[in-house]
Design a binder for this molecule. Structure first.
Ligand code: SF4
Length: 378
């Protein structure tokens, strides 16, 4: 279902005969002949730059704290993400979905290779699984009584949207599943709702977010690892540039939506200097950030194949240190985490950005020797 070649001429988008933009995907209803009885995964759309959108059956919409071990409910309308950040750990979930579909006989071997792509990691960025909106809403309706009961018993439950993939990635412009989920949550009250995104598309829903904030404690986390465009282009070339994210932050906070910046991940030796963090926090402050939340890099084995070659090419002196520090584990050394978190918090205090939950979660008793631990990367 290729749409044919798209060309941008003089800044104008070419149009289809029916007047719609060629760079906007056409949504076809899922091919029920292929999906219904056989349980196959129908292709919803295929874009010119090679991205396919594939419908994914839904069992539940909100993953419970017990199932993820994260201490909150999580909702992810998409599996895979076109932003394709090199350090993104959610590649695992995509691989899991593809392998399960193959093992369940819902895709052929040919489709399996197409969904994984040649090296096995690019599928995450070019083959996006989309949960059907109706199915997500039906599943959420089943999940909500449990969340309400927990709220009544234990106090406000936290629901975080976008823990694994960006809920406002390009697919959301078309499929609007995140918007539908937020619309459903607007009918509830008394939860703590967090939304994590790199996309200015979140501003499309500003009105809805304001309504939600009247019913719940709502926070929008704009994800930004650096204010330096060069860093963004190296590690997440297809995500929105820093100034557009900061502008989105400003738009949200100006509209009265509680929002801040999540700096995840901090890249050791690359984005963790005093100057870089200062530059980022200052920019966040100017955009009205009400909190900043730091989180150092986790490097899962499958992500290394995508991330480390970039470090080797552009930061050759750091490559060996990365390999040694992360060696057989995913987390940075605990002393490094404590040291960089304290640096971050000092700078946040300098700009008068209130301390966040991040401070409560930092490793305790390991802050001594901060300078030594940070200099390990410098
Ligand atoms: S935007 Fe988030 S979910 Fe998407 S690739 Fe980047 S880190 Fe992963």
């Amino acid at each position: 279902m290729r749409l044919g070649a798209m060309r941008l001429i003089g800044g104008r988008t070419e149009r289809r005969k029916d007047g719609t933009d060629l760079d906007r995907p056409t949504v076809r209803p899922p091919d029920r002949r292929g999906s219904g009885g056989s349980g196959r995964l129908p292709v919803l759309d295929e874009r010119l730059r090679g991205t396919k959108f594939v419908e994914l059956p839904v069992q539940s919409a909100a993953n419970s704290p017990e199932s993820t071990g994260m201490g909150f409910w999580s909702i992810n309308p998409y599996v895979g993400c076109e932003f394709g950040c090199s350090y993104c750990y959610a590649r695992y979930a995509h691989r899991y979905v593809v392998e399960r579909a193959r093992d369940g006989g819902r895709i052929t071997q040919h489709e399996f290779h197409d969904l994984r792509r040649p090296v096995g990691l690019e599928g995450f960025e070019h083959r996006i699984f989309v949960k059907s909106r109706q199915a997500v809403l039906a599943a959420l309706a089943r999940d909500l009584p449990r969340i309400r009961r927990r709220t009544a018993r234990d106090g406000p439950q936290s629901i975080v949207i976008g823990t694994a993939t960006d809920p406002y990635q390009p697919a959301e412009r078309q499929y609007q599943i995140t918007r539908a989920v937020l619309g459903r949550l607007r009918d509830e009250r008394g939860f703590r709702i967090g939304i994590i995104t790199k996309s200015p598309l979140v501003c499309r829903d500003t009105g809805l977010l304001r309504q939600l904030a009247r019913q719940h404690w709502l926070s929008v986390y704009i994800s930004l690892v650096s204010a330096d465009i060069r860093v963004i282009k190296l590690f997440e070339a297809r995500s929105p540039m820093p100034h557009t994210r900061l502008k989105a932050l400003e738009e949200l906070t100006s509209a009265g939506v509680r929002a801040g910046v999540i700096v995840a991940p901090i890249l050791p030796g690359i984005t963790d200097s005093q100057w870089q963090i200062d530059q980022l926090v200052r920019a966040a402050k100017q955009a009205g950030a009400q909190f900043v939340y730091p989180s150092p890099l986790r490097l899962y084995p499958a992500v290394r194949q995508r991330f480390l070659p970039i470090v080797e090419r552009h930061f050759p002196k750091l490559a060996q240190r990365y390999r040694a520090a992360y060696d057989d584990k995913c987390n940075a050394p605990q002393k490094y985490i404590a040291a960089v978190t304290r640096r971050f918090q000092r700078i946040a205090r300098k700009y008068g950005i209130p301390e966040t939950d991040a401070e409560k979660e930092q490793p305790r008793g390991q802050g001594e020797g901060s300078a030594m631990q940070l200099s390990f990367w410098q």
